[in-house]
Every structure is written in C-alpha cells, then in structure tokens.
Design a binder for this molecule. Structure first.
Ligand code: AMP
Length: 250
C-alpha cells in the first residue's frame, strides 16, 4: 500500500495505472462501515484507492470539526490489511487552492433533511467529492447508504456533470445494538452509546412519526428531523451533544 499526499505525485502515478480503479472517499476514523466499502471495492476492481481528508467546508459548526476524531495510524493499518493499493491524504491548502471560491451546489434536494439543518453542508460535500473525482479519476466510487441523502446527491451530480463514474451504494453497517456505525459514535459516553440504539429501534418501528418523536423527546433525544421521502424514513437527532443520523426503508 502506498500513501500519497501530493496531488502532482498522484497524477503521475495515475497515468501509469491499468485496469479498473475503485475509489472510497472517507474522513478517516475508520470503522467497519468504511471497511465494508473498501472490501467491495477490492472485490470489484483491479486497484483500490481510499482517501482520508477531514473536509472543513462541510462542517457548519467549528466545535464539530475541532472534535472530529483523527486516528490516522490505525486507519492506515486497517486499510493495508484489506489490501488497499493507495491512500490519498491531501492537505487543505492543496485541495482548496482556490480558497473555496469555486463550489458545486444543488438547490433542491440538498435543501431538505440534513441540508435544512446544516447550512452549506452539501455544498462542501459535493465540492470535495467533485475535486476528488477529478484528481483520482476512478471507474467506480463507493458510498454508504448511511448517508443516503449524500449518496443520492452524488449520484445525481455525476449524471448532471456527465462524469464517467459508476456510483456504488453500499448497505448500512450497524453495531450489535442496531445503532448505525459512525466515527462520531466514538465520542458518545458508554451509557449514551447504549441509549442511542433506541433511535434506530424507534425509526424502524411501525408507529407514526409523531409518536416516534414524542418517545425520543421523552428519552432526551433532541430532534432535528424525522421525515419520510421516497419510501424511506430519515432521522437526525442529538444525544449527549453528538448528532447522529440514520435512515430505514419503509
Ligand atoms: P465519512 O468518513 O463519514 O465521510 O464516510 C465515508 C463513507 O463511509 C461514506 O460513503 C459513508 O456513507 C460511509 N459510511 C459511514 N458509516 C457507514 C456505515 N455505518 N455503513 C455503511 N457505510 C458507512
């Protein structure tokens, strides 16, 4: 496995690569959810490239960015074990050489759900993904259904900009309790992590949304939204000052 930080170095390597390239963009602090994407890519491609870049432009709260877990050494070990070929770890200054003067934005679905509660979040996400796609130039790119709205917006962006990249959706990997795996779960206290499983149980219950909201509020969850779109129920809540999101098919 080779770690590459320089965009120029990657571009030189990219010219020499033959066969299909699978790409898994991440913000690090890897868990089994991320690793399932890597496994799919390794299975389906000749070469797998992962990226680790905590993207500041998609954070709308400075404290969330400042507290985002960083576990680079452990991440690299895990990626190597799974036979990842390259890990791309660019710097902020190289990626945002334009100081974020140029951005990709969508003005319909990105304004709902997480977009309504995290202003600018999806501009940051779509912009970094577009930049990474243009640098890595993969054939297949892997995204988790855990961030379903993000996945949908990225699929539509590749279509809108005629990118020859196949977006592969990967199922949500959950902890034993049902809680969707997330890098932010590491910041929950042991007790809150156990309690957070209630969010998935309620979200996937048959009860109407109003009852689910009531129950979660009674159990000290602060609710951003619980809404249904395209046959899925989406939810975002805060517990123990940590925001968690999830979605289930209905
Ligand atoms: P992140 O590092 O949070 O930006 O996530 C990188 C990729 O991993 C995104 O495509 C996420 O949707 C995906 N991912 C994160 N958590 C999970 C999970 N529990 N199951 C499946 N995919 C996930």
């Amino acid at each position: 496995m080779k770690t590459v930080s320089s965009i120029q170095e990657w571009k030189a390597i990219r010219k020499t690569l033959k066969g299909t390239i699978g790409f898994v963009p991440t913000m690090g602090a890897l868990h089994n959810g991320h690793l399932s994407l890597i496994k799919n890519s390794v299975k389906e491609n000749d070469i797998t490239v992962a990226s680790i870049f905590v993207n500041p432009t998609q954070f709308n709260r400075k404290d969330d960015l400042d507290n985002y877990p960083v576990t680079m050494e452990k991440d690299l070990e895990q990626l190597q074990k799974l036979k990842t070929d390259y890990v791309f770890t660019p710097s902020f200054d190289d990626i945002y050489c334009d100081q974020y003067r140029y951005k990709v934005s969508e003005n319909s679905f990105s304004k709902l759900l997480c977009g309504a509660h995290r202003p600018g979040h999806f501009d940051g996400v779509l912009t970094i993904v577009m930049k990474l796609f243009n640098i890595i130039r993969p054939d297949n790119a892997y995204f988790g259904e855990k961030d379903y709205q993000q996945l949908q917006l990225i699929k539509e962006m590749t279509h809108a900009f005629f990118l020859d990249i196949n977006i592969v959706a990967c199922p949500i990997i959950r902890e034993e309790s049902g809680l969707a795996m997330s890098s932010r779960n590491e910041r929950l206290s042991k007790q809150a992590r156990k309690h957070a499983a209630l969010f998935y149980r309620e979200l996937s219950s048959e009860r109407p949304i109003a009852e689910i909201c009531q129950k979660l509020q009674n159990e000290n969850f602060e609710i951003d939204y619980i809404e249904e779109h395209f046959g899925r129920r989406f939810g975002a809540v805060t517990i123990d000052n940590i925001r968690i999101i999830d979605n289930v098919k209905i």
